[in-house]
Design a protein around this ligand. Structure first.
Ligand SMILES: [Zn+2]
Length: 398
């Protein structure tokens, strides 16, 4: 056993990695463990339970300090992405290990070690000396298009019972301690084409669903080009490489055999949504064009045929002010700040929808997240907690 493996940070991280909190499973055991740790550290704690498709999920909300404005939320998600069936793992993903240079395990970077660092950073403080509130919001299902935080933000007023909700949040997703004030949102939706089958020798008599889907894909392509032309200068600055809302056709399935006219075809598409663009509006525009240019004609041939476009499952973009005093304090503690957006969505989008400006900054490299042998540099393991202690002192105790 190395000295690295002897401290409380190692032990708490090891316990958290050991809970299998893959998004599809219940995170209740891990949430309750975190809640009791926070309680023992002197915070007021609430566990907010939800049932998602018959699985119990829970968020943890904890706070300390006087009931005044101007507090700080430290936030992270408890869930992790799957590892079963992911080739390349050299060790048990649920066991925290180290080779002296890196730590390994599912969630070391995204983002259980950060949770451990943040909780212990709070535990080190004399919380009776807080001059502004310190709050923890630990979420579930972040890896499922931020569904947990979107439910939680609606429940927060009831949970806090009048305690002032801080308007500033630090979200410790892996950024190599760089600070990102913004990111795109994310959405997925499904398009289903119902055609009319038959023998491929009489292909012109049927309605080939795959062929109609290719017309749908053309409309998606054209919509993407239109969105590109409307890009704002702010989004140019935030996302110089890909400033507009962009579609990705991710999964397509259709037809039964090469000698049959394809009767059905289904497409699942995702969108990276630039700040300012509205998912519902984009879907409504797509639906309207598809209806006018494809569906109407299909229904004339056979009333049961046509194209349907589902509603989107989405999480909103984030665009926090870059002149906020918090970002100055954060930059002093963490180091580099970026004028650009992060390349992924976080719980910051749903938070900003209720008036919490979120800044993304944490240990670990994003390239390591979601990978087999997910790793975190030992240096980040040590310095993360210390940086968070300084941040809590600078923002909440002075
Ligand atoms: Zn994450």
């Amino acid at each position: 056993m190395t000295s690295l493996q002897q401290g409380e940070l190692w032990e708490l991280s090891r316990r958290l990695i050991g809970f299998n909190t893959v998004s599809a499973l219940s995170n209740l055991e891990a949430a309750e463990y975190l809640a009791s740790y926070l309680e023992e550290s002197g915070l007021t704690v609430k566990v907010a339970r939800d049932k998602i498709e018959d699985v119990t999920k829970a968020s943890v909300i904890a706070w300390a300090g006087p009931a005044v404005e101007g507090g700080l939320i430290i936030s992270g998600h408890i869930d992790v992405v799957p590892f079963e069936g992911q080739p390349g793992w050299k060790s048990d993903p649920l066991e925290l290990i180290t080779d002296g240079e890196q730590l390994y395990g599912r969630g070391v970077t995204d983002m259980k070690v950060f949770l451990a660092q943040a909780i212990l950073a709070a535990k080190q403080q004399d919380l009776s000396k807080l001059r502004r509130p310190l709050m923890f919001i630990l979420t579930y299902d972040e890896e499922v298009a931020g569904q947990g935080s979107q439910r939680l933000v609606k429940q927060l007023p009831g949970i806090l019972q009048g305690f002032p909700l801080p308007r500033t949040a630090l979200i410790g997703e892996p950024t190599n301690f760089e600070i990102f004030p913004a990111h795109k949102g994310y959405a997925t939706f499904k398009i289903s084409v119902r055609g009319q089958g038959g023998h491929s020798s009489a292909a012109d008599r049927g309605l080939n669903a795959i062929n109609r889907m290719s017309d749908v894909i053309q409309i998606i392509k054209e919509t993407g080009l239109e969105l590109k032309q409307q890009v704002t200068s702010e989004n140019q600055r935030l996302f110089p490489e890909n400033p507009s809302t962009a579609f990705n056709n991710g999964v397509i399935q259709g037809g039964l055999a090469a000698n049959m006219i394809a009767e059905t075809c289904e497409l699942t598409t995702s969108m990276r949504v630039a700040p300012g663009d509205n998912v519902e509006q984009i879907i409504a525009t797509l639906r309207e064009r598809i209806e006018r240019e494809i569906s109407q004609e299909m229904r004339k041939a056979a009333p049961e045929c046509g194209v349907s476009v589902s509603d989107a499952i989405s999480t909103p973009p984030l665009n926090s002010p870059v002149n906020d005093p918090f970002i100055e304090v954060l930059a002093r503690v963490m180091g580099r700040r970026s004028e650009q957006g992060a390349p992924y969505a976080t719980d910051g989008g749903p938070f900003q929808a209720i008036g919490i400006n979120s800044y993304i900054c944490g240990p670990g490299l994003i390239e390591q997240a979601h990978q087999p042998n997910e790793s975190l540099p030992v240096e980040h393991f040590h310095s993360g907690q210390e940086r968070l202690e300084r941040l809590i002192q600078a923002w909440c105790m002075q």
